[in-house]
Ligand binder design. Structure first.
Ligand SMILES: *Cc1c(COP(=O)(O)O)cnc(C)c1O
Ligand SMILES: [Zn+2]
Length: 404
């Protein structure tokens, strides 16, 4: 395997055991915990000045802080996304600056590309011929794209509630798509997960790129925080508001902020705020209850149009809650009406297109501002995890409702 100089292997977040990345590929062989790539940061031969001289190009410009070398990367040019000033939102929230990190600019229109770039690279390094996952939609589409790029076969399991774009593009990329559709209702991500698990039992050679089953998706998403910090001259913002489902991006960004601090590139951690929809807010509930992990919701308790964060049982909630607390961030839930209103406000006031799911970050930031969480000089970053045009139906339908 073509690994980078500082990469040491995979450490289990539960039992603390460390494994060789050549042999351990997914969850902890001892206790089934989540494996996390670890580095000897003393061996990182990179400085902000060196980085400044590198072209943008892709997330692979942070190669030294990733497990695999750029030479073997499965890449479509993901990352290097813009950080856009939002003066009208800053005025409305009463803060110094609002910046929108626009992950909609990624190859398949969401930040899922960063995770799939790294996880698909790992799959190829491990000699896989097939990758498989269940997803709410965007990760499935991204997996199909990266598998096509790597010449692997992809098996994607989506619930019926996933968006048309995500289902269509998964097939356009040539993946084998299964849409779960139980009689009498819209199926949820858990249904897709059961279909995926049954298929994995039948095909033990399929290589999973599912959330927190592969150790590499949150690792790829680390690059969002590295980029953000670099765009801010390594000065941490006062808040990053992140639409949280499984928490892959939030956990990855927090890890990057810790590494940047340890390397002496920045002085502070990045306060991470989890934004969820009130119709599916297990992380916010756990945060408010002072709990270390979430209480799973049942599928029929899920009531939100925000597909990407309709995750009733986020298995990594202990990591999410730890990241929020350690970074001195927070958690906030808003209603679908507030969320979709916020998407339309951002589109009209700033001209920026944000997806329905991502709008939870915008409405969450408004709610936090209202509750006095931010100061008048604060810099608040909204993570726009995906492009508005992936959710046109939901946004247009809301327009009809709100103007009726
Ligand atoms: C997957 C997804 C999320 C949630 O991501 P996590 O990192 O798993 O919390 C948010 N927004 C969009 C658009 C997504 O596709
Ligand atoms: Zn373990």
């Amino acid at each position: 395997m073509e690994t980078t100089a500082a990469f040491e292997g995979l450490t289990c977040v539960d039992c603390g055991e460390t494994f060789d990345a050549g042999t351990a590929t997914h969850r902890c062989p001892d206790c089934d915990g989540i494996l996390d790539p670890s580095y000897d940061l003393d061996r990182i031969d990179l400085t902000p000045a060196t980085l400044a001289g590198r072209p943008g190009e892709s997330m692979w410009r942070y190669e030294e802080l990733l497990p695999f070398t750029r030479e073997v990367a499965v890449t479509l040019g993901e990352g290097d996304t813009p950080l856009v000033e939002c003066p009208a939102l800053a005025a409305a929230m009463g803060v110094g600056r609002v910046l929108l990190k626009d992950e909609g600019a990624n190859p398949t229109g969401t930040f899922k590309d960063r995770g799939q770039s790294l996880a698909t690279t790992a799959a190829r390094e491990h000699g896989a011929s097939d990758v498989a996952l269940n997803s709410a939609g965007n990760a499935g589409q991204a997996a199909a794209a990266y598998a096509a790029r790597a010449d692997l076969d992809a098996h994607v399991f989506l619930p019926s509630r996933a968006g048309f774009t995500q289902k269509a593009m998964t097939e356009v990329h040539g993946a084998d798509l299964t849409v779960t559709d139980p009689v009498g209702g819209n199926s949820q991500i858990g249904d897709a997960g059961r279909a995926y698990a049954a298929a994995m039992d039948d095909h033990p050679d399929w290589y999973s790129t599912k959330t927190f089953v592969t150790p590499y998706r949150h690792e790829g998403k680390k690059t969002m925080a590295l980029e953000l910090l670099e765009q801010l001259d390594w000065e941490a913002p006062d808040a990053v508001v992140y639409p949280t489902g499984g928490g892959v991006g939030l956990v990855g960004m927090h890890k990057a902020a810790r590494e940047a601090r340890e390397l002496g590139w920045s002085d502070e951690l990045v306060p991470m705020y989890a934004a969820q929809a009130a119709g599916c807010a297990p992380v916010v509930d756990a945060y408010e209850a002072g709990a270390d992990r979430h209480e799973p919701l049942s599928d029929d308790q899920v009531d939100t149009a925000c597909n990407g964060i309709a995750i009733p049982d986020p298995g990594a909630s202990p990591l999410i809650l730890e990241a929020i607390r350690e970074s001195d961030g927070g958690a906030v839930a808003t209603t679908d009406r507030e969320i979709l209103d916020a998407a339309i406000t951002v589109a009209r006031e700033e001209g920026l297109e944000i997806g329905a799911t991502c709008a939870a970050a915008a409405s969450g930031a408004f709610a936090l501002a209202d509750s006095g969480e931010f100061g008048p000089d604060d810099t608040v970053v909204l993570l726009n995890t995906g492009a508005g045009n992936k959710d046109v139906d939901t946004l247009r339908a809301h327009l009809g409702e709100s103007e009726a």
